[in-house]
Structure formats: structure tokens, C-alpha cells
Ligand binder design. Structure first.
Ligand code: FUL
Length: 502
């Protein structure tokens, strides 16, 4: 270490500045292709698929947006709310965590906060008063090995402070800090984009409108929560992950994890190859037919429809936060639970997604193939075997300047193939921008697969239904002796950490 410092120090006056700071690189490690994610964004991305639980005052009024003037006594659960049931139900679908809504736009807080009396402290019955939702939810999540976080609406129609400076300093930031204290290991805090309008505003009424970027003191908000919960992604207004631009459960087929700042819908869905900061997409979508909150008579979407959503979000370099609303008993209804179990089976049987209690995953055919690549980066650490070793830290890649490559999988006997999964080691940036997939049944003649799909970006994860259809992806599959992936272009030498074929 001392020798290196000395050499750099001596070299400065005599050599060009750029070389003087080159670090030794004995493994020929590829340079990152900027921008790159923060470590907490990588951890967040690895959650992939998690739940949203909209529950609160609206569950009892039947509204989607409460006005803020609701009497606290209306919040009166018909049984003790059971967040542990929420957590175990979504775990059966293969989800890895969840976000509980603990304050919606009506301002009613599902924990005893020091900032307002509009909270469970004044609930209509003991079930309501005694169920501290963030606490129960955090405890249940930890018990079941699930990640957790909270939705706290910045817009608060109950608070007389809303729109004034005092709301941010005396109410909102304090509430975020109170919630951060429910678990320093929480993975995401969710802030919706609503930014004012009509409200009860503590009885003063009127319309209040704010500029979210300035009003919520975002840099301070981020810093104060990260001081308590360092790996907590500040979603939306927090600027660490972006809304995917729709609430229908899809991302763009092309999806970059970078953007410039606030962007129009197409950039939200597709990101921006020239974006200057790492701002990966999250898709929020409803598993039920109607609103975000539970309403009598609403039905659950089918497991097949939810599987399609998964392919169009997680399979396109976004994460999926799927809303499953608890009812007035404080539990997920049976219909929800049953469909979630079916979804877990589909993910496990088709994509080998790990689901507790299920032990017959789809066979990963990449593991039994012979894989040849056109190029391998020198340095001894970037071999093709890294694609299938199950280690997210190792990767295959090409030499600097080689922006295209082929990867060919060959089986001894033809295999029926339906899905291709690829992952880039995103800590080195998102690189691949164009690829093509072909298969051969006889080992000699090639046919392109899903030619109408944008086979452009990969990112943290890309899942390609090989028949090109997300709504009917399973189908008959293709009998293949060989499968060839041609990377046609990349922002820097392409790298892949994982490859699966099912
Ligand atoms: C939106 C809110 O206005 C909806 O009520 C819901 O909570 C959704 C997830 O975010 O911005």
C-alpha cells in the first residue's frame, strides 16, 4: 500500500495525470459502465416480487381516497388484524416481502404516532386500538424471512399543517422517522405521487397544492431515514426507484434502469439509455378486480393473469409490487389466498422460482447443456461456467471493445424449451442493448425466436417467453438441440452473471 502511494506521489510531476491514478488490475476486471446502482438498490432489486397491502380507514368507509374528516371510531376491525396471515399468504405465491400502507391520503395512522391524534389510539374498538400495524407487520415479516417496508402518503388531507412548512418539519419527516424505527432492516419506504388538491385539512378545507420536489425536503428526508434504516429504498419522491408509469402491471420490453430526472410515461416505462442516474423501475399493480382497498364483491385476478404480469415486470428488469388488500377482519380473503397458492406453483413449475414447501422446480436445462461462447474475457475469472454456477457474484464477459458475442447451448438430445432467463451483474452498470435468440431442432438449421419482441435490454433480470407471448407463454414449447443467443450490441463489453433455460 505504502509503495503504491509513493509511486503515485512521485509520478505526478513527470507523467500525464490520467495514467498516474490507474490502479493495478491483475484480474483484468471490466470497468463499470456508469451510472451504477448503490448497494441498497442492488439489495432492493434482489427482492424482485413483493406485496402491497392497502388497509386502513378506507377499508371501513368503502372509499379509495378518504377526505380526511373521517371519525377515528369508524376504524373498527371485525377481528384482531392479522398481518402474519398477510405475510404467509404472499410468501406462498413466491413473494419475498411486502409494503403495508400505514397512512393513506386521509391521514389516519395505523400506529400510535406522536404527530397526530388521528390514529388507532382513537379507533372504534379494542381490535383497532391494540393492533399497531407497522409493529405487527415488521415482526411477522422478520419471523417468516420476508422483507418489509411501509407506504406513508405524503399528501395528508387531515392535517391542518399540509401545504405549510410545519407539515414537513413537524408531521411528515417525524412520521417517516417513527416508521423507520420499526425496523432498521426495512427495504423500501413508499411515497405516492399525489401532491395536493381539495381536502378537509384539519377543518380549514380548501385546496392546497405543492411542488413535491421542493416541498418534501427530499434530500433531508432520505438522509434522516437512511440514518436509521440504511438499506431502505426511498421510492418515488425519494428518487431511488421509479414508478413504471402505469398501474396495469407491465414495464417496457426495453427497460433501462437509468433515467434523467422526472420523465414522461414512455421514459418511465422504458428508462433512458442516456439517463445519468440509477433509477430502476417498480411496477405497482392490483391482484384484484377493483380498487387498491378491499371492497365487497371484488374478485381476484387468475393466477395465469398474474403470471403474465410477472413476466411483463420482473421479466423486464422491473420489480413487481402486487396489491392484495386485507378485508374488514384484517385478513386476506380465502379467494385471494387460494389464487396466490396457484401463482406460487406456476412460478415454481415453470421458472423454478423457489417457493417454500414446493420441491419440484422446473428443470434448468442450461445446467445440462454444453455451452460455447464466441469470446471470453482474459484474466481467468470470466469463464462460461459462471453463467450456470448459481453464484450472483461471478460472471462471464468479453474483452474491452468486443461489444458482440454468441452463446450457444447444445443438448445431447432435443429438449422442450419455453423460457430463457438472463441477468447482468448490474453493479457494473446495465450494458446489453440488442440481442437475438435462435434455436435449432436438428443442430444445423436455425430459426429465430420471438422476432416481434424487443430483445434489447437485459438488466437485473430478463425473462423471455420463447414463443413471444406473455399471455400464453407456456404453450407447447420448442424441441431444440441447440439454442443460440447473439448479443448484437452493448454499451460496453457485455457481461452476464446468470443464464437459465426452462
Ligand atoms: C396512488 C394512490 O393515490 C392510490 O390510492 C394508491 O395508493 C396507489 C398505489 O398510489 O398514488
Amino acid at each position: 500500500m505504502r509503495i503504491k502511494t509513493l509511486l503515485v506521489g512521485l509520478a505526478i510531476p513527470t507523467l500525464g495525470m490520467a495514467q498516474n491514478y490507474d490502479l493495478p488490475n491483475p484480474d483484468n476486471a471490466p470497468a463499470p459502465c456508469h451510472p451504477v446502482p448503490h448497494e441498497r438498490q442492488i439489495l432492493w432489486n434482489e427482492t424482485e416480487f413483493y406485496a402491497f397491502f392497502h388497509y386502513g380507514m378506507n377499508t371501513f368507509t368503502g372509499k379509495e381516497w378518504g377526505f380526511g374528516d373521517e371519525d377515528e371510531a369508524i376504524y373498527a376491525p371485525l377481528a384482531m388484524p392479522n398481518p402474519e396471515q398477510w405475510v404467509t399468504s404472499v410468501k406462498a405465491a413466491g413473494m419475498r416481502g411486502g409494503i403495508a400502507v400505514v397512512k393513506h391520503h386521509d391521514g389516519f395512522c395505523l400506529w400510535p404516532t406522536a404527530t397526530t391524534t388521528h390514529s388507532i389510539v382513537n379507533a372504534g374498538n379494542d381490535y383497532g386500538k391494540n393492533a399497531n400495524i407497522p409493529q405487527l407487520f415488521a415482526t411477522a415479516s422478520v419471523k417468516h424471512g420476508m422483507k418489509y417496508g411501509f407506504y406513508i402518503s405524503p399528501w395528508d388531507r387531515n392535517s391542518a399543517h399540509y401545504g405549510k412548512d410545519t407539515y414537513v418539519t413537524e408531521v411528515f419527516l417525524k412520521q417517516c422517522e417513527e416508521l423507520a424505527a420499526y425496523g432498521s432492516d426495512q427495504f423500501e419506504m413508499w411515497f405516492d405521487g399525489a401532491r395536493g388538491g381539495d381536502g378537509y385539512y384539519g377543518g380549514e378545507g380548501g385546496s392546497r397544492n405543492i411542488d413535491a420536489e421542493i416541498y418534501y425536503d427530499v434530500p433531508n428526508l432520505r438522509a434522516r431515514v437512511h440514518r436509521i434504516a440504511p438499506n431502505c429504498i426511498m421510492w418515488g419522491v425519494g428518487g431511488e426507484a421509479r414508478w413504471i408509469g402505469n398501474e396495469s402491471g407491465y414495464a417496457g420490453e426495453t427497460d433501462w434502469a437509468m433515467t434523467d430526472y422526472l420523465s414522461e410515461t414512455v421514459v418511465r416505462e422504458e428508462g433512458d439509455i442516456n439517463g445519468w442516474f440509477w433509477n430502476p423501475g417498480e411496477s405497482d399493480a392490483k391482484a384484484t378486480s377493483g380498487g387498491w382497498f378491499w371492497h365487497n364483491g371484488e374478485t381476484m385476478k387468475s393466477a395465469e393473469r398474474l403470471f403474465q404480469m410477472y413476466l411483463e415486470t420482473v421479466g423486464r428488469n422491473a420489480t413487481l409490487i402486487l396489491n392484495c388488500p386485507p378485508n374488514q377482519y384484517g385478513v386476506l380473503p380465502d379467494q385471494t389466498v387460494n389464487e396466490l397458492v396457484k401463482l406460487g406453483k406456476l412460478l415454481h413449475n415453470r421458472l423454478a422460482w423457489p417457493v417454500e414447501g414446493l420441491n419440484e422446480p422446473a428443470t434448468d436445462l442450461a445446467k445440462v447443456a454444453t455451452i460455447e461462447v464466441s469470446d471470453t474475457r482474459t484474466g481467468g475469472k470470466y469463464e462460461v461456467g459462471n453463467l450456470t454456477d448459481g453464484d450472483k457474484e461471478t460472471y462471464w464477459g468479453t474483452n474491452d471493445g468486443d461489444l458482440d458475442a454468441t452463446i450457444t447451448l447444445t443438448w445431447n438430445t432435443p429438449q422442450v424449451i419455453r423460457y430463457l432467463v438472463m441477468q447482468e451483474p448490474i453493479k457494473l452498470g446495465q450494458r446489453i442493448k440488442d440481442f437475438m435468440i435462435e434455436y435449432s431442432e436438428d443442430g444445423a438449421t436455425w430459426t429465430e425466436l420471438c422476432p416481434d419482441m424487443q430483445t434489447t435490454t437485459v438488466g437485473y433480470k430478463r425473462i423471455i417467453p420463447l414463443n413471444g407471448s406473455t399471455s400464453n407463454s407456456y404453450g407447447d414449447g420448442y424441441r431444440a438441440m441447440k439454442l443460440r443467443i447473439t448479443i448484437l450490441d452493448s454499451r460496453a463489453c457485455p457481461l452476464l452473471s446468470n443464464l437459465n433455460v426452462y
